[in-house]
Design a protein around this ligand. Sequence first.
Ligand code: M6R
Length: 609
Amino acid sequence: MCGIVGYVGKNQAMETLVNSLKKLEYRGYDSAGVSVLNGNITTYKTEGSIDKLSAILPSEMDGKIGIAHTRWATHGAPSTTNAHPHESGDFSVVHNGIIENYLEIREKLEQNGYEFKSETDTEVIVHLINFNYSNNSDSSFYDAVRESLQELEGSYAVAILCKEYPDTLIAARKDSPLVLGLGDSEVFVSSDVTAFLDHTKNVVFVEDGEIVSIDSSGVNYTNFDGQNIQKEITTIDWDVEAAEKAGYEHFMLKEIHEQVSAIQDTFSGKIFELEGKIKLDELNLDPKDITEIERIEIIACGTSWNAGLLAKYLFEKIAGVHTDVSTSSEFRYGDPVMRNDVLTIAITQSGETADTLAAIRSTNQYGCNSIAITNVVGSTITRETENVLYTRAGPEIGVAATKTFTSQLLTLYLLAIYFGRIRYQISAEDSRELLEAIKRLPGQIQKVLEQRNQIKECAVEYSDVADFFFIGRYLNYPIALEGALKLKEISYIHAEGYAAGELKHGPIALLTKDTPVVAIATHGNTYEKILSNIKEVKARSAKVIAVADEDDREIRKYVDTVLKIPKTHELLSPILSAVVLQLLAYYVALERGCAIDKPRNLAKSVTVE
Ligand code: M6R
């Protein structure tokens, strides 16, 4: 997730763009840049924050049209070279999204003499436009953009300048947000309305497959086929803070909703479901390394550790590799038995957790292969491991991990299937079935989100209890732990997650009519067993809230409330159940008036031991 802004108007573009960009900093903050068109295109960019960009800009720069970008790296580390805008010939481009077929296009352009400076997927866009423009003398700026967009696969919101068109800015959108602000003799283009709310509240939402051409005579809208279209102007009444949260009351709620696109972005370009294949180009492990893995050691903390616990089941079932999971703080002071045929996997959304960094460093002496799974490009963990798999959840501002958790889970599913295919532990047929189901997840998460009112009702009913239990078996056990962690960290209610079969070995003594139990009871090989556990709980008069498949009629007989998830492959239901439990925790905390995005005593990155 990055932020883009464009400006055409009566004021000096540089100053206007930088002010707008600051409002988008929550979308990414690892590098920033600006291009202003005034006869020539002048570009400044730098690694680091927008303040750092401001520090290198001249005090004045004449020019009333320009584009700017704040980056949250996906392809290529945060650096000045990888920062946007990217340029080619007379063109300059800013981009938010992921170009899936960039390697293919890059190869074609390199064969045609184009030289790439950055490691980004974005640079192909600007060279491609230049290529299409230069190769056809009849081609206008608009034609070259339109032709180029037809070749791009993936997601993008782009804003483009061309030196030969001194008063024109072109923008387009596919699967990434783009909105216009229509002010008094000025037009803004942006990833969201926050960027220009102090100038205008009149907006036009650009839809997928639309191109916008802005010049001194006005704004022209077309579709990708070049046909003119009419757009409606909407007047919005948000203030700047509400706009940053896209109208959501909290970042956490926004980020829960962003899971639809975070999951899509995380698998995009990696899944080839027809062949039952996964491509993980980032991994530098050859098939021999993968076949020879004797054991996997997963190291992580908190929510990332819960993701690791689920991954243990996946690696053992799908890839046939024995897997251990350690909390980083225990691992680093223990005496692990390690050899060079152990693969270590560090899971950390921030990439900066001190215990995880120390634990992974302590494994260097054994000569093991290592993989980091992180959400932050260029974070410290990426320099501590040989291989990095990025989740593509976008920046997470709320302290409680939500979209980064489900993106970690998905990455671990992909890795397990990838290993499973190479180790001949999963057939192409079974893999295809799983991958097809993964592709349906974004739509199914959307369906879970649509049930938020029912989840809210349930949350309100139980919001004043003192203790909560969460139980699950097998793949649902780590989700029970995560549900309990989410609830305790944001609502301050005491909550325990248990493997359902363990209840009778002690904790059941605590159950009374005042200790609600959330049972994750989706279909699978332990379904009958968890039904028995639910009956044990009910016999102690505790209320039961079940998370169950939408077609499960049986469960209603035994529980007080059912929160449903859409039917999916039985291995994948934990991802959907996790979303239900995030919403449950969120609404309980909301009802209790808690500081949801910044819970007491917690920090987003725990960079101390
Ligand atoms: O950045 P990391 O994934 O390494 O962070 C680990 C934990 O600190 C983190 O998951 C924490 O438990 C979350 N706040 C939970 O919501």
